[in-house]
Ligand binder design. Structure first.
Ligand code: GRF
Length: 224
């Protein structure tokens, strides 16, 4: 495996349980590449903070209550990331829509994972909406973040077939299982200098990603 480019550290922003954070921590322990140098949460009770501290990663609760406006909070968050020399910002269940200026400051350096096959089902309650719509396929998408919500260039999708017996919680669990595979992979590609985004176009290994790469249940068709 080739060494990553010296690009600086990774920060993970998370508001909740942090299972994707855990997958990233575990992947870093395995591959030695995906160094996570900081975890930030807007919620003090987030399990993600506990997971980070358990792994010996600096973990900060940045409470929105301490700033008078959303933009001021987002600016403080961006300043913190910059001060820590963070190169890549990984949103892993961070339940806030970031200010457009902050997103632009990290253009090409901010990833998100969204639990649907984008562009289908942007926003919240994606599993319920997929079930209610009678979708045949569902899954999750890793994408670069742009100011418009869940609209950035897609990189990698995990796709599964919805089964007649799927329940809301069962479906969510199956999707999340796949997220734990695709997110560390995308982060690794970025750190290796293989993945980039310029002028709204994602590239992998120098080639434009005209459509996201797809992982299925057997995880076979992905390079790298
Ligand atoms: C995931 O389903 C992810 O797609 C979405 O938020 C959830 C985070 O889960 N953005 P966890 O906190 O990583 O377990």
């Amino acid at each position: 495996m080739s060494a990553p480019e010296a690009k600086g550290g990774v920060a993970v922003l998370a508001s909740g349980e942090g299972t994707n954070l855990q997958a990233l921590i575990d992947a870093a322990a395995r591959d030695g590449l995906s160094r996570i140098e900081l975890v930030v949460s807007d919620r003090g009770e987030a399990q993600a903070l506990v997971r980070a501290r358990t792994a010996g990663i600096p973990a900060i609760h940045l409470s929105p209550a301490n700033w008078s406006t959303r933009a001021a909070y987002d600016q403080a968050l961006a300043d913190l990331l910059a001060e820590r020399g963070i190169a890549l910002v990984v949103l892993a269940g961070f339940m806030r829509i970031l200010d457009a200026d902050v997103v632009r400051r990290f253009a090409g350096r901010m990833l998100n994972i969204h639990p649907s096959l984008l562009p289908r089902h942007r926003g919240l309650r994606t599993h319920r909406r997929a079930l209610e719509a009678g979708d045949r396929l569902h899954g999750s998408t890793v994408h670069f973040v742009v100011p418009e919500l869940d609209a950035g260039p897609a990189i990698l999708q995990y796709r599964i077939a919805i089964q007649p017996w799927d329940t809301l919680t069962g479906l969510a669990e199956r999707v999340r299982h796949g997220e734990h595979f695709i997110y560390p992979l995308a982060v690794r590609w970025w750190l290796q200098g293989r993945l980039s985004c310029t002028d709204g176009q994602a590239h992998l290994d120098g080639k434009p990603l005209v459509a996201p790469l797809v992982a299925t249940r057997d995880m076979a068709p992905i390079p790298g």
